[in-house]
Structures are given as C-alpha cells and as structure tokens.
Ligand binder design. Structure first.
Ligand code: NAP
Length: 182
C-alpha cells in the first residue's frame, strides 16, 4: 500500500490504530518520511502505546476531531469502513486518497466522497494476477524489514484450545495476537 500510495512528506491517518496492520503502517510510513501520523482507536487501552509511538491519537467517538484531521491529511488507510469511512470521505480534501483495506465494522459504505472516491487494496486481488517471482520478491523485501519492526506479542494455543484463541481474538482492546500451534 505504501509503495502504491507513497507517504513521503505527507500526513497520514490510520483507522483501527491498535491493530497489527496499522502498527506496521505507522512505523513504515514514518520510516518513509510521513510528516505526521494520526491514529483512530476504538478502545482506550491502545492510547499509551499510540502516544509512545508518536502517533497522534483520535478517539473513534470524537467525530469533530476526526473531521478536522480528515481535512488536513493526504492519505487515509482505512480498515473499518461503515460510518467512519463515510465521515472521513465527507471531509477529505481533493488531493487526498483514502485506501480501504479492511471492513472491521462489517458495514459497507459508498466509496464516493464529497471530493474523492475511495480506492481498494486487497492482497488477494494483487496476488491473483502477479507472477510468482514478483510476489516472492515482495515477501523477501518485507521479511528483511520485519525484524526491526515492533509487532504485538502472541499467545500460543494448541488446536484443542481453539475456543480460547477465538475468545482472545474477540476481546476488545486486546494487545496480543492469538497464535494456533498446529
Ligand atoms: N487488504 C489486505 O490485503 C489485508 C491484509 C491483511 C489484513 N487486512 C485487514 O487489516 C485489518 C487489521 O487486521 P489485523 O490482523 O492487523 O488486526 P488485529 O491486529 O487483530 O487488530 C484488530 C483491531 O481491529 C479493531 N476493531 C475490531 N472491530 C472493530 C470495529 N467494529 N470498529 C473499529 N475497530 C475495530 C480492534 O479494536 P479494539 O482494540 O478496540 O478491539 C483491534 O485494534 C483487518 O480488517 C484485516 O482484514 C487486510
């Protein structure tokens, strides 16, 4: 996503800021020269970590702050969709891009905003039409920068404990990833 919609010199807004994907996006956006990274979070448990990482936190309840940030930013990477995506699309400026890469709310939204139309990014779309050598190259380059990245801790479960793994997965504000050991 960062290669397709570069962020050098740009202000970036991320949703589901406590997620692993948003964490990587924030770290790599800064590495690539983003001038500010805003993060919209749902659960307050994420606040300390966001502040520690230099992300400007915005509560998903604070619609006015989200609208203000949306007017200022150049890139939005959105994994929530629904009303939140609609709110941002209503306020984004005409030079901005909103990239929808997830739908955690489970709610669709109209991609047409006041000034821009949302774009979609899904690895599976790209993988289906990309030669094997090319996507192996993407993984190789990502693999090389992952050891320096901060990633959430994992809690390991056996296959028999799959219910516990699912329970952890759906815990609001969780800081860890459940990992099934098969
Ligand atoms: N497009 C692609 O190619 C691609 C590839 C990989 C992942 N993804 C997408 O990236 C997103 C994040 O994945 P992940 O593995 O990084 O997630 P994760 O680490 O498991 O974190 C999930 C996060 O989503 C938040 N969340 C869940 N339901 C929400 C809702 N209804 N509204 C707002 N926030 C909500 C949770 O917030 P709380 O802490 O408040 O519970 C949590 O911070 C997912 O949508 C996934 O499908 C897309």
């Amino acid at each position: 996503m960062l290669a397709k919609w570069p962020v050098a010199g740009k202000k970036v807004l991320l949703t589901a800021a406590g997620s692993a994907c948003a964490g990587l996006l924030a770290q790599w956006a800064k590495m690539q020269g983003a001038t500010a990274v805003y993060g919209i979070y749902r659960s307050a448990q994420h606040l300390p970590a966001l502040l520690n990482s230099g992300i400007i936190p915005l509560s998903s309840e604070d619609h006015r702050a989200i609208a203000d940030a949306a007017r200022r930013v150049d890139r939005v990477y959105d994994a929530v969709g629904g009303e939140l995506a609609t709110l941002m699309l209503e306020h984004l400026n005409s030079r901005a891009a909103l990239i929808s890469y997830g739908l955690l709310s489970g709610k669709a939204f109209s991609p047409r905003g006041r000034n821009i139309t949302a774009q979609r990014f899904h690895l599976r779309d790209a993988l289906a039409v990309t030669p094997v050598e090319a996507w192996r190259g993407w993984f190789t380059s990502l693999w090389q920068i992952l050891p320096q990245a901060e990633l959430p801790e994992a809690t390991v479960y056996t296959l028999e404990e799959w219910r516990l793994a699912l329970a952890l997965f759906s815990e609001p504000g969780r800081q860890r990833k459940p990992l099934l050991k098969l």
